[in-house]
Design a protein around this ligand. Structure first.
Ligand code: ATP
Ligand code: MG
Length: 409
């Protein structure tokens, strides 16, 4: 019988990769905790309309990439393609706005998008993200960006920060009609997708990767020129605060992001070290979204980082606790060996019993493969072997052995 294989775009994360995954998430947790964010564990399935109303009907995510199906109760549900919409829904549904609206949440977990799989792009991928609700000041934007930078710094990842301001929905309306006029004049030079985008999502044309589109839109009107006075001031403040927090940035007037809900600040951390899928973390402000999803008017902002992309950039893992391998020299000492391992673990040492029965030679082979720093041979006595030096030492009881191991590990 042929073996069943995993679904295209889905992955098993194991071995060193699983360690990287866990290291990244643990590091993020530590840092977010320092900024006093609370964790929220969100559902994987949501009502489809949540994403239509937030991410946007015209976006690639909603039009092409969502896993949508009807459940046994006849509900139209979607596997979540991102975390912000769910976080906002949860904020509203659980009335977290009750005490003045101020709330800082973070989440971690799987997201699903039916995209073309390639390096750094999967159909199930994982994000760590954070959201701040109820704060209007650009101090929040600066601190959120500083937190993402702290995470990248802790993971020893160099990335470039690009920022832009999209202004309010009002500012954007004027701009979009100007942009449409411009794009219609250049229509024949645009790729097929972008020709359609002129009507559905003209902003997205500005960050099309096709050379012809880049060339044709070189002199397109720039959104920043259409911002209201208050949006301009907010953007200037953000830059001042970022400098104050030692965060280097590049202003990219074409940065638009692929989701409809953003207003004012948008940002991306990118790197050129992992090929075409170079955005490792991205986010921005979404001051209308809470209201748009039925909550009270609440300014908010957030970001998400792609864990798989961070994994491609992490090469060094912190040193792990050293392993002690426990080997009964023959089956008469199996029960003694189980007890020795049990006692080592009770003292917080990392121990593995060779659980395979057979010749001492075959057990030694397995012990070597496990890569222990020490091996303990269990017979009437306990013989400790230091695998680095080859030195051996005899012990009468497990307590003395533990004292010696604690000194050496
Ligand atoms: P991209 O431009 O790479 O498609 P995006 O704008 O769609 O990214 P967001 O929705 O902002 O991305 O998600 C935030 C981060 O999640 C991205 O910067 C990226 O690191 C990661 N990410 C998004 N889609 C995928 C995917 N299909 N596979 C792996 N990581 C992803
Ligand atoms: Mg995308």
């Amino acid at each position: 019988m042929s073996a069943i294989q995993k679904i295209r775009g889905f992955q098993d994360i194991y071995g060193k990769d699983a360690k990287k995954y866990r290291y990244i998430v643990d590091t993020a947790r530590k840092i977010f905790n320092r900024y006093n964010f609370e964790e929220i564990i969100l559902p994987f399935l949501e009502d489809v309309s949540l994403f239509k109303r937030s991410v946007g009907e015209a976006t690639d995510i909603v039009q092409k990439e969502m896993y949508v199906f009807t459940d046994k109760g006849g509900r139209e549900v979607a596997l979540r393609p991102e975390g912000t919409a769910s976080a906002v829904r949860a904020y509203i549904e659980n009335k977290m706005y009750a005490e003045g609206g101020y709330k800082k949440l973070f989440y971690e977990g799987a997201m699903f998008r039916y995209e073309r799989p390639q390096a750094g792009r999967y159909r199930q991928f994982h994000q760590i993200g954070a959201e701040i609700f109820g704060v209007d000041s650009p101090m929040a934007d600066a601190e959120l960006i500083r937190m993402v930078k702290d995470l990248l710094d802790s993971l020893n990842i160099q990335a470039t920060l690009e920022i832009n301001s999209l202004g309010s929905f009002e500012d954007r309306k004027t701009y979009i009609s100007e942009l449409k006029n411009f794009l219609n004049e250049k229509k024949e030079f645009l790729c097929e997708t972008c020709q359609k985008r002129i009507e559905t999502n003209p902003l997205r044309v500005l960050d099309c990767k096709v050379e012809g589109c880049k060339e044709a839109t070189k002199d397109a009107p720039v959104l920043i020129d259409y911002l209201s006075q208050s949006s301009k001031e907010r953007y200037e403040k953000l830059k001042e605060y970022l400098r104050q927090l030692d965060v280097d940035f590049i202003e990219n007037p074409r940065l638009v992001r692929g989701l409809d809900y953003y207003t004012d600040t948008v940002f991306e951390f990118t790197t050129d070290k992992i090929g075409a899928q170079g955005t490792v973390a991205a986010g921005g402000r979404y001051d209308n979204l809470v209201e748009q999803l039925g909550g009270p008017k609440t300014p908010a902002l957030g970001f998400a980082a792609g864990i798989e992309r961070l994994m491609l950039l992490v090469d060094e893992l912190p040193e792990e606790q050293k392993l002690v391998v426990v080997v009964p020299i023959n089956q008469d000492f199996n029960s003694e060996a189980l007890k020795v391992s049990h006692k080592l673990r009770a003292e917080n040492l990392k121990a593995e019993t060779v659980l395979k029965e057979g010749s001492l030679k075959s057990k030694m082979k397995l012990a070597n493969k496990l890569g222990g720093s020490f091996v303990v041979f269990v017979s009437e006595k306990l013989e400790l072997k230091d695998m680095a030096t080859g030195e051996q030492e005899l012990f009468e009881n497990v307590e003395d052995l533990i004292d010696t191991l604690k000194d050496r590990l």
